[in-house]
Design a protein around this ligand. Structure first.
Ligand code: NAD
Length: 255
């Protein structure tokens, strides 16, 4: 049995993770932690899953690393700067614990657990070098506290890396005057537009434009249940990953 701890256990995602882990073969829900609870109950867990808030997840991660626990991070907001902070935490953990790199805990940061969304990002990465322009529209429920979404930020970074490798610069844009925000946020040189609308769950469109053609890659998460197969895969397979930081489910999906 793999002992699983859940941080953010009373939240929308965390409570569904708890329910899913309870019903999953080979997994035991060993600890449920939410705001104000002691983290000590997580000791003894083989893996901790964090679905809290962007401003809380890094401190939770610090605690887990200090206690040698493997962590699956589902909380959004892990952009390039924050991933650099995760690497620093891992370095600190190695120094404090006097561990070799191979003995370090495993941290799997997953911007999106939906298999469809992972494929959307992969397809976007593949398409990026063929088009002059790329922009992203992400659309979410209005209770989401961070913008743009972690998925959009990760997609932008993947597109930018693919464009840079192909020798492409920024997308053409002649805008010289604009209302603040009208052109969205520039994330890794890709414009990202965030929509917050009642009735939505989690959706994203990646638009590519070239001479006389547009390619749109769209993914829709219609229910939080779409994230659960990815969460279970992460929990079951994190021990097979290299020590330290891994970003995304790609390697576990064989992509
Ligand atoms: N990676 C993915 O596929 C994916 C999918 C959906 C949501 N998310 C992200 O997951 C996070 C949670 O989403 P949600 O809809 O469940 O939010 P939510 O607000 O319903 O739940 C967050 C929970 O975390 C708790 N919390 C806050 N600070 C805490 C702390 N320091 N320690 C323990 N618990 C704490 C809150 O009390 C709350 O119960 C968000 O960042 C969201 O963007 C990621």
């Amino acid at each position: 049995m793999i002992k699983v701890g859940v941080l953010g256990a009373r939240g929308q995602m965390g409570s569904l993770v708890c329910q899913t882990v309870r019903g999953a073969d080979g997994l035991e829900l060993a600890a449920e932690v939410d705001l104000g609870d002691s983290l000590d109950v997580l000791e003894g867990c083989a893996v901790v899953v964090d679905f809290t808030r962007p401003d809380a997840a890094l401190e939770n991660l610090r605690w887990c690393l200090e206690h040698g626990l493997d962590v699956v991070v589902g909380t959004s907001g892990f952009d390039t700067d924050r991933l650099a902070q995760v690497r620093e935490l891992l370095t600190e953990a190695a120094q404090q614990g006097d561990s070799t790199e191979a003995a370090l805990p495993k941290v799997l940061v997953v911007p999106n657990f939906s298999v469809g969304a992972v494929l959307m990002m992969k397809f976007a990465e593949q398409a990026a070098r063929f088009f002059d322009s790329a922009e992203i529209i992400e659309l979410h429920h209005p209770a989401k506290v961070d913008a743009p979404s972690g998925t959009a930020a990760r997609t932008a970074a993947m597109i930018q890396a693919a464009r840079a490798a192909a020798g492409l610069g920024a997308s053409p844009d002649a805008t010289t005057t604009e209302q603040p925000g009208a052109r969205g946020a520039s994330v890794a040189e890709v414009r990202v537009h965030s929509v917050r609308l009642a009735g939505l769950v989690a959706h994203q469109e990646v638009l590519f434009g070239g001479s006389g053609e547009i390619l749109t890659i769209r993914h829709d998460s219609l229910d939080r249940a779409s994230f659960m197969p990815g969460v279970l895969l992460a929990v079951r397979r994190i021990e097979s990953l290299p020590a330290g930081l891994t970003v995304g489910l790609d390697s576990l999906l064989g992509l």
